[in-house]
Design a protein around this ligand. Structure first.
Ligand SMILES: Cc1ncc(COP(=O)(O)O)c(C=O)c1O
Length: 387
């Protein structure tokens, strides 16, 4: 009765875009036990796992301090608050990013000034940054900070950006929401700027089972302020507010989950790199594959290829028919979003960003994509793009 008629079209089993269930199976009892320990001790806010995780993340990154918080967005926001960035200040950031990068600037009352990205790496173009600083000044704004984004899992050119920032007196806040675990010229994300924000959103390379984030820094004075900000600006005493803050702690349960996930993170990064290597080998003659400059490693938050704009829609449909999901990050750069259209763009425009928004498409990417699934993706991409 349950048998399919012989001629019924068999839909191929979908390939997961990100496979949290496979990771969950691998972690198995270790996560159950870690969460059970929190349920037993009941210190749900700032429990011992939070401190232990912060120490483990600091060790992993090689930075001195990690201050965990409720999300990657809050991590960015709290650093801007700590640095007293506000009205009249300009913060230079790319437009080709997730909205949170610009959102936090607007939330503190400062002005995001959008600059262009490099075509090959999708990350901030340093010449555009220089020009953006001039644009900000022409508009009567005071350039205070720059937020380079390490998009899709790969570091921006921090040496070049840091040099411009130093010459111009700007604070660098690294938006590494997608790139914790990546390296730049032998240095880890978290040590490339005076402050780095990351996200533990479940889909991130290192994600928890809800929202979470952290600031990574070597600066003890910043740490003190961040620890105060995440608890309503508290001072020495719990009910002594010394600044306007917020509620932004990482739940102890999420810290417990992250401690277990961090144990397998290096292995997962290696697996993601193997997927990326196979993809590049398999499709580099039919699509523009992502470039990782010499001396950098990526954690492949996304594997993003570029197609001719006219081909993208048909490509996504062709892959979907084969059970292969795709996603577009980001179809609208920030300067084209309703909420951010009013903010300035560098005065010579951001043509690369506009072009990338028409061309990019991301393929399934996670550490549990086996060789057979990789081959299916590669074959489907090749079939969809064959001349
Ligand atoms: C580049 C970038 N910045 C900031 C964020 C914000 O992180 P969260 O979602 O944890 O607030 C994200 C992730 O969503 C992101 O991709």
């Amino acid at each position: 009765m349950n048998q399919r008629p012989m001629n019924q079209h068999m839909r191929p089993e979908p390939v997961p875009f990100i496979d949290l269930a496979a990771q969950r199976r691998r972690l198995g009892k270790s996560i159950d036990e870690a969460v059970s320990r929190v349920l037993a001790h009941c210190q749900f806010i700032n429990g011992p796992e939070v401190t232990a995780l912060e120490a483990a993340l600091a060790e992993f990154s090689g930075a001195r301090h990690v201050v965990s918080c409720a999300s990657g967005t809050d991590a960015l926001l709290m650093v801007l608050m700590a640095k007293n960035v506000g009205p009249g200040d300009a913060v230079l950031c790319p437009s080709f990013t997730f909205c949170a990068t610009g959102e936090v600037v607007a939330l503190v009352g400062a002005t995001p000034v959008f600059v262009d990205v490099d075509e090959a790496t999708f990350n901030m173009d340093v010449n555009s940054l220089k020009r953006g600083i001039a644009t900000a000044r022409q508009r009567g704004l005071k350039p205070r900070a720059v937020i380079p984004v390490d998009l899709f899992g790969q570091s921006a050119d921090h040496d070049a950006i840091g040099a411009v920032a130093e010459a111009e007196g700007l604070f660098v806040l690294d938006d590494a929401a997608q790139a914790f675990g990546a390296t730049y010229k032998g240095r880890n994300i978290g040590t490339l700027a005076p402050a780095t924000a990351t996200s533990f959103f479940p889909a991130k390379p290192l994600g928890c089972y809800g929202d979470g984030g952290a600031v990574i820094t070597d600066d003890p004075a910043l740490v003190e302020i961040l620890k105060s900000l995440r608890v309503h600006g508290q001072g020495a005493d719990k009910y002594d507010s010394v600044r306007v803050g917020m509620t932004s702690r990482l739940d102890t349960v999420q810290a417990a989950v992250l401690i277990e996930k961090l144990k397998i993170f290096a292995d997962e990064i290696a697996a993601r790199n193997e997927v990326a290597r196979r993809y590049a080998e398999g499709v580099n003659d039919v699509a523009v594959v992502p470039a990782v400059p010499d001396g950098l490693t990526s954690v492949w938050a996304q594997y993003t290829i570029r197609l001719k704009p006219a081909a993208r829609e048909g490509f996504a449909a062709a892959l979907k028919a084969q059970g292969i999901p795709t996603a577009i990050y980001y179809p609208k750069p920030l300067h084209r979003l309703e909420a951010y259209r009013r903010f300035p763009v560098v005065d010579n425009g951001i043509p690369v960003t506009d072009q990338l928004a028409e061309e990019v498409i991301s393929l399934p990417m996670h550490a549990y994509l086996d060789a057979a699934a990789q081959d299916r993706v590669i074959e489907a991409v090749r079939a969809a793009l064959k001349p």
